[in-house]
Design a protein around this ligand. Structure first.
Ligand SMILES: Cc1cc2nc3c(=O)[nH]c(=O)nc-3n(C[C@H](O)[C@H](O)[C@H](O)COP(=O)(O)OP(=O)(O)OC[C@H]3O[C@@H](n4cnc5c(N)ncnc54)[C@H](O)[C@@H]3O)c2cc1C
Length: 391
């Protein structure tokens, strides 16, 4: 594979104002981790369809996992800018294999926000150390966008819920030691009010995993199916209360959607850098490709639009830090910036010519990896549906 492009070739037009020197120190640690432990091994991760399990432990040792969790539960009690840094640095090396953010900034939040003291004590410290890898399992073969129609059931039988059903497209699914699973604890007629969340350890009898799915992109990510065949899940593994699953899922959705926006704008910056690096070196008709007016105009558009997205995302982050990010802003961040990334990466491929179609080039990988952003975390159509409701 070709070496990573020199990053930060393209300066921001507008300086960022979010971070302090403490954040910068953390960023240096994260950057080193991604540059040394992740980026050089991406091809192997793709072949085996997952990252090396011990990288979770290494990330944990460096304090990269669950940093925003309270210190009492193994975290560092820091603000969400530390999570933002992790997502940005992952994108900066073009990594699509590691699922650290989903573990630290989605699953851990559910356990911390809705779990009781025993649940937090049992799971969060081991999640922060990397001893336990986690997943969030909502989507099923028969339903994704329409979450209320899930079919996985959890029927109370004495001191346990008996869980039956299956989940699909689950990030971190193959390596996970525990999954927070959306289940039906009530009758279908109750709709959203019948959805609950259960903490299900992967070693319970009847819990099995499929092989990592063969995906168009993100091939180093261990996305897979999970199967539940009469799994007896202790009653005390219920997160929050029965029937509150939907409400719990809604509470964190704005942040989760913004996370995709954060990753997408950072990936767009990465694609821009890859492209600038390439066109400055590639020659045609005795000149660099960078010198053609078409190239310069395309780069000007890519840079301008990525910068505009960056300012919007940074303002959304500020709102999220204050706990004031609106649903519609988060939906706009998710849909508009993931659409923009598709556009930027597509232009980047075009400016690479045939090499843009070769997987050894980072832009080609970014092309296949970026597509899923418009689908997961709520499809972009669902985002527009939600925004339109607020008008
Ligand atoms: C790489 C990857 C990782 C994922 N990771 C996870 C994970 O960790 N956990 C998890 O639970 N899920 C995960 N997912 C699943 C993802 O969230 C779903 O695929 C997504 O929510 C869409 O659901 P679906 O695939 O069932 O599509 P459907 O809901 O069947 O949608 C099909 C099409 O219909 C459109 N549509 C549906 N409803 C409407 C409507 N009301 N109005 C207009 N259009 C509509 C959709 O926008 C889409 O274009 C992942 C998916 C991928 C690809």
């Amino acid at each position: 594979m070709s070496a990573l492009p020199p990053m930060d070739l393209v300066r921001p037009m507008i300086p960022r104002t979010l971070f302090t020197s403490d954040h910068d120190d953390f960023r240096n640690t994260v950057r080193r981790f991604f540059e040394e432990q992740i980026a050089p091994h991406s091809e192997r991760f793709e072949e085996q369809q997952h990252i090396d399990r011990n990288l979770w432990n290494k990330a944990g040792e460096l304090g990269l996992l669950c940093a925003t969790m309270p210190e009492e539960y193994g975290g560092s009690g820091v603000d969400r800018l530390y999570s933002v840094i992790l997502m940005e640095e992952q994108a900066r090396v073009g990594d699509s294999a590691s699922g650290f953010s989903l573990h630290s900034d989605i699953v851990a939040n559910y356990v911390n926000n809705f779990g009781n003291h025993e649940q937090k004590l049992k799971w969060l410290p081991r999640m922060a150390s990397g001893e336990v890898v986690t997943a969030i399992a909502m989507t099923e073969p028969g339903t994704g966008s329409d979450l209320q129609r899930i079919k996985t059931t959890a029927k109370l039988d004495g001191d346990a819920y008996v869980v039956n059903g299956s989940k699909i497209f689950i990030t971190n699914g193959y390596l996970c030691d525990m999954a927070v699973v959306a289940v039906k604890t009530g009758p279908d007629e109750m709709g959203a009010a019948s959805v609950s969340l259960l903490i299900i350890p992967a070693d319970l009898p009847g819990f099995s995993k499929g092989k990592p799915l063969k995906k168009v992109g993100m091939r180093g990510q261990d996305t897979c199916e999970l199967f539940f065949d009469n799994v007896r899940v202790p009653k005390e593994n219920l997160l929050g209360q029965e029937g509150m699953g939907f409400i719990m899922l809604m509470q964190e959705l704005a942040w989760e959607r913004l996370m995709i926006g954060i990753a997408c704008v950072s990936s767009a910056e990465y694609c821009l850098n890859c492209t600038v690096d390439y066109v400055k070196n590639r020659k045609a008709f005795g000149k660099t490709v960078a010198s053609f007016q078409n190239t310069r105009f395309k780069l000007a558009e890519m840079r301008s639009e990525t910068q505009i997205a960056r300012v919007f995302i940074d303002r959304c982050i500020e709102e999220a830090l204050k706990g004031k990010l609106t649903v519609e802003a988060a939906c706009a961040a998710k849909y508009w910036v993931s659409d923009l990334l598709s556009k930027v990466v597509d232009e980047g491929v075009q400016l690479h010519g045939g090499y843009g179609f070769m997987l050894e080039y980072p832009i080609a990988r970014a092309f296949i990896d970026s597509r899923a952003n418009r689908i997961y975390g709520g499809t972009n159509e669902i985002m527009k549906e939600l925004i339109s409701r607020s008008i």
